[in-house]
Design a protein around this ligand. Structure first.
Ligand SMILES: Cc1cc2nc3c(=O)[nH]c(=O)nc-3n(C[C@H](O)[C@H](O)[C@H](O)COP(=O)(O)O)c2cc1C
Length: 319
């Protein structure tokens, strides 16, 4: 499928890559709820792909329903990026996103993720290397800066010049990690000076938030608001006018309906990862789906031990 950021209908509504959450099962679920949403894999190591590590290759599996399928890479080794984009192309990915925003200590200490904000020459070389070695469209996900937004303009301009075709900016600095409120103002300013599309990210919890924050940007990316509420993606599509209300699935108002979706998510998790890992992975999602329920802690303690879909059904039937 031909895919370029300029051809995709705007505003983009993108499910944020979230390690440990947005695996293929969650992405498939979101696409069933809101088909226009664009999904990106969790961050995946370019080194791991270049070495064809078993666990890494497992993370690259995807379903056709997720297309356009975008791979998020992190790393710093140019040769490994070169190999990783070629492998991604062979595996049928539609796009590459490069992580220059992850603030996790172990990522930053290896000079990966948002550490690249402090080494802009290497960041630009990574984009150039990828651009030279793949036909796939390249995007970069980054933050306002390391401790303030003073470097954002030059960094974004440099990424554009190196071959990035879209940039997503999370409105926090690396130092902030996830603290404080996301500041979208610097994102609006940088957008005025770039010719490539710019997507904003940070603290969208409702369709109204997305509408209020979009301003001059080309799209929004939504992350934590989807925990226990994947229907938020449909709400955002409707609020931004890329879907009609009857083209997405609304958040269930009845428990019976919610139950159906929880079981669907569980089924997809087992399909993607097999029984053992699938059931292990789904447990944290169950906790988010039932947050705020009367007696939630009782059910949560049962749901975080489940080993089969049958067990899940039994617990849910008792709620
Ligand atoms: C559990 C978790 C895992 C994340 N993993 C990634 C990741 O793999 N790649 C990435 O670029 N950002 C990652 N992020 C950051 C999100 O993509 C997003 O930028 C951030 O959560 C802010 O958006 P939000 O306020 O809508 O959640 C992660 C965030 C969370 C909470």
């Amino acid at each position: 499928m031909p895919f370029t950021w300029k051809e995709i209908k705007k505003p983009y509504v993108i499910l944020a890559p979230m390690a440990g959450y947005t695996d293929s099962s969650f992405r498939q679920l979101v696409k069933e709820i809101a088909p226009p949403v664009l999904c990106i894999t969790e961050l995946i190591s370019a080194d791991g792909i270049a070495y064809e590590g078993v666990k890494t290759m497992e993370m690259l599996k995807f379903d056709e329903s997720e297309r356009p399928h975008i791979l998020q890479l992190f790393g710093k080794n140019l040769d490994h990026f070169k190999e990783a984009v070629q492998i991604a192309e062979d595996l049928g990915f539609d796009g590459i996103d490069i992580n220059m925003g992850c603030p996790a200590k172990k990522v930053v200490n290896s000079m990966h993720g948002s550490a690249l904000i402090k080494i802009p020459e290497l960041a630009f070389q990574i984009v150039e290397t990828c651009a030279k070695n793949t036909k796939l469209p390249l995007s970069v996900k980054t933050r306002l800066g390391w401790e303030d937004d003073s470097t954002l303009f030059d960094f974004a301009k440099g990424l554009e010049a190196a071959g990035a075709q879209m940039i997503t900016i999370h409105g926090r600095t690396t130092k902030q990690a996830f603290m404080g409120k996301a500041d979208w103002e610097p994102i609006y300013r940088v957008k005025k000076n770039l010719s490539i599309p710019v997507t904003g990210n940070g603290d969208i919890m409702s369709g109204k938030d997305a509408k209020d924050k979009l301003e001059n940007l080309d799209g929004v990316m939504v992350g934590r608001g989807t925990f226990g509420n994947p229907w938020l993606m449909g709400e955002v599509c409707v609020a931004l006018g890329i879907s009609k209300p009857n083209e997405v699935i609304a958040r269930p108002t009845e428990f019976e309906e919610l139950k159906k979706w929880m079981l669907r998510h569980c089924e997809l998790s087992v399909e993607v990862h097999g029984q053992k890992k699938g059931m292990l992975d789904i447990r944290k999602h169950f906790a988010t789906y039932i947050k705020g329920f009367p007696n939630a802690s009782k059910y949560r303690s049962e749901l975080v031990r489940v080993e089969s879909i049958e067990e899940v059904k039994k617990i849910l039937n008792n709620i």
